[in-house]
Design a protein around this ligand. Structure first.
Ligand code: AHG
Ligand code: MN
Ligand code: MN
Length: 338
């Protein structure tokens, strides 16, 4: 474990992640588990920086259980996280976007962890934003380590959630229940340093993020809401909105966390077998906890995401999250009972 305070490259005296976790009185087994996540993410970050030189670009010949082609970096990131987490005595089980089923860890481990090893796969080969998303729960004593039911816990039960964003700098955004905080990786020392404490998302916004190419597949109400954003001052919202879309939830959510906004991946009727795109356990739930602990709001089209009772490992949900007032306005448009 690293010591608590270090000088960063700019010569400032800063708190490192592990000192921060001690200040939050996070229990030692969870800190150790997080150390495994951090070590894996630093390995991923290094490979991302090296890009083509590290042979991490391009696709494999394989598909994951969800029928998506796996990129080399999806597989490499998953393997790094899996190896380091399964070596941690406090991990009872892991669930990953890239694993068909639950993978059992140590039968006496106190925690379980679900993760999206590499979010934003379509950005890998274009040198765009990508990240790792994770969600940690307490293991359930009366359920076997390899039983999927370990993960059928509501998002409110998360002990910790976070993401690592591999952007121009590598950032960790994390919550253990006491606020949402951001840490920047000081690559010269391999240490994550606290750079934004108790982040607060503005309640109002003029910025939205949605994949507009899907609009013909949305509900009429959702089309009506987005249409009014696009109409700006000339429509009933009476103000202009700007649009951004990174095609990586981790990048879009980070923008919302940094300066407010609304991020939407609504349900659609493109494919009756897949009414929504984002996955509850390792995309929607961890992001919902980070957003709520930063003062924002995160719903699907009917209820708070964190209250959803998970039914399956890779289940998908609609996601509407971000600045509180704007999320509420959207929910009114689509007729959700708040
Ligand atoms: P992943 O790369 O882990 O499969 O996730 C991609 C997700 C999410 O990050 C992003 O918001 C969304 O897919 C992008 O979808 P579009 O391709 O419709 O833009
Ligand atoms: Mn993803
Ligand atoms: Mn992924």
């Amino acid at each position: 474990m690293q010591s608590g305070f270090v000088f960063c490259t700019a010569g400032k005296f800063m708190i490192n992640l592990f000192q921060h976790l001690r200040d939050e009185t996070v229990e030692a087994p969870l800190v150790q588990l997080l150390e495994s996540v951090i070590n894996a993410s630093k390995e991923i970050a290094f490979r991302v920086r090296q890009g083509a030189l590290a042979g991490v670009l391009g696709s494999t010949q394989d598909e994951n259980i969800q029928g998506e082609t796996q990129k080399h970096l999806d597989v490499i990131s998953n393997q790094l996280l899996k190896d380091l987490l399964l070596a941690c005595p406090h991990v009872r089980a892991i669930a990953s976007e890239e694993e068909d089923t639950v993978v059992a860890g140590n039968t006496t481990g106190e925690f379980i962890i679900a993760f999206d090893p590499l979010d934003g796969s379509s950005n890998i080969d274009i040198n765009g934003q990508i990240g790792t998303i994770f969600s940690i729960y307490r293991a359930q004593q009366n359920i076997a380590a390899n039983d999927e039911a370990q993960f059928h816990q509501q998002g409110t039960q998360q002990a910790c959630a976070g993401y690592v964003l591999y952007g121009p700098s590598t950032l960790l955004v994390i919550t253990t229940g006491k606020g949402t905080h951001a840490f920047t990786l000081d690559a010269t020392q391999g240490t994550f340093l606290l750079t934004a404490k108790n982040i607060q998302i503005p309640v109002d916004t003029k910025e939205f993020a949605i994949n507009m190419s899907n609009q013909r597949f949305w509900s009429e109400n959702m089309r009506g809401y987005i249409n009014d954003l696009v109409l700006g001052e000339s429509g009933q919202r009476g103000k202009n909105f700007n649009m951004r879309w990174n095609a990586a939830m981790v990048g879009d959510v980070h923008r919302v966390i940094s300066r407010g906004g609304i991020f939407l991946y609504p349900s659609d009727n493109r494919n009756p077998k897949q009414p929504a795109k984002l996955r509850l356990l390792y995309e929607a739930n961890p992001m919902a906890l980070l957003i709520e602990n930063a003062g924002g709001k995160a719903w699907n089209e009917h209820q708070r995401i964190l209250d959803i009772q998970p039914q399956a490992l890779h289940e998908r949900v609609a996601v509407i999250l971000g600045s509180e007032n704007e999320v509420e306005t959207c929910l009114k448009y689509i007729g959700a009972k708040q």
